[in-house]
Write a protein that binds this ligand. Sequence first.
Ligand code: UDP
Length: 236
Amino acid sequence: MALAYPRALLKVSGEALAGEKGVGVDFKVVEALADQIKTVHAMGVQLSLVVGGGNIIRGTAASRDGLDRVNADYMGMLATVINALAMQDVLEKLGVHTRVMTAIRMESLAEPYIRRRALRHMEKGRLVIFAGGTGNPYFSTDTAAVLRALEVEAEVILKGTNVDGIFTADPRKEPSARLIPELTFQEALVKGYEVMDRSAFGLCQTNQLPIVVFNMNSVGNLDRVLRGEPVGTIVQ
Ligand code: UDP
């Protein structure tokens, strides 16, 4: 079956790696995630990953607790590197060739991000994990995901979450909430649906980069999204 998106970027939040624990890394969860990634990688998708760090530290929350915001943001960026190394380790054990590239140089453990080198890795069938966010404080890993997706010319940005997509209301609070299969950028903005933070969303809208929000916990979903099946919510 043909692929709908031969080149895609998957954003995995830090929380998604923490599983039920909510904090830290749950390796069972990482393994399950890596398994799904391995399947689509084997299908020939040029997939790259951006990992968040919210399971370890979030700049905004830490600065509310009294830390300097810029320092806290750098701590958050370092947290994404920890998560990226965890993902790399598990993926490599499953036989997926990976490279971690960081926005902040730390050559003893990962390559610095160089766009052309990232493209080369992808052409060679390596899965690139982008870590360190954008390398700048006051940004999020959602913004980093969009930025890297645009740079490597991914056709879509996949936002793996633990809900099925975008709903008319919070499905955990409102039983009548309905899943919205498709939205335009404008509709998402007008109706105030939180797809990504504002700068990340704006960057997608300006550059017409579609976003698919879907449940990463349902095995096979990633595969289905990449084949173009209607899974979750597509914002385009
Ligand atoms: N961060 C940053 N610049 C970036 C990306 C991330 O300063 O370009 C910091 C920020 O403090 C953020 C933390 O890293 O709160 C973790 O990233 P994020 O909250 O986006 O992770 P996620 O919610 O996806 O787990």
